[in-house]
Design a protein around this ligand. Sequence first.
Ligand SMILES: [Zn+2]
Length: 240
Amino acid sequence: MTEELAPHDAYLRECEAVVVAATPGGVILDRTVFYPRGGGQPGDTGMLDWPGGTAVVTDTVREQGDVLHVVAPEEAPSVGTAVRAAIDWERRHLLMRTHTALHVLSALVWRVYGAKVTGGNMEPGQARMDFELDAMSVEFGREVEERLNAMLSAPHPVRVLFLPRAEALADPDLIRTKVSLIPEHVDPIRVVAIEGLDRQADGGTHVADTTEVGRVRVVKTESKGKGNKRMRIELDAPLA
Ligand SMILES: [Zn+2]
């Protein structure tokens, strides 16, 4: 099993590691800062380097209990090589901002409009989220945008908790976000808590405070059928 560092510290940009397996798809390390695609968040990209070589990591995916760093076979370091594994930090940080923005958006739409999330997807700096709403309009999008930015610009620390499963299953916020669907062997359950706003069982990487998200624009609102409305958001470029 790969030791995963990102779930404990999303701000780690690189680590030392050893190649423990190589497959046609890529390499598995004993430990990694790379986040494997999952929970709606894309996998990290970046670089492996070692004395005498480098390999570009074009994606990261989960393979059973391991994390597979996708690299071209001709670039792959051989088993036993000690490497430095470094993520594309700019892209990852943008994903962290995007992911936190989505959690706040889902909390806002639930609290103010009573609508649950039915789906979503994110790319660096842009995302979509679907809601159990009957109506959607440009005006509604503007209203949500205003409220969302007001929530983000007030400081709300984002914390990662590892809750005992029994405790997580009894938490009203987590019940709403279907914590019970998490496979039974998962204990403790990783929870991302945005102070005063939202708690969700979540494996992804987030910024440490909502103020780090910056400004978010609602760029599109559309209907995907009865009781299913979609909102697309984009993040402003990071503050210098
Ligand atoms: Zn999430």
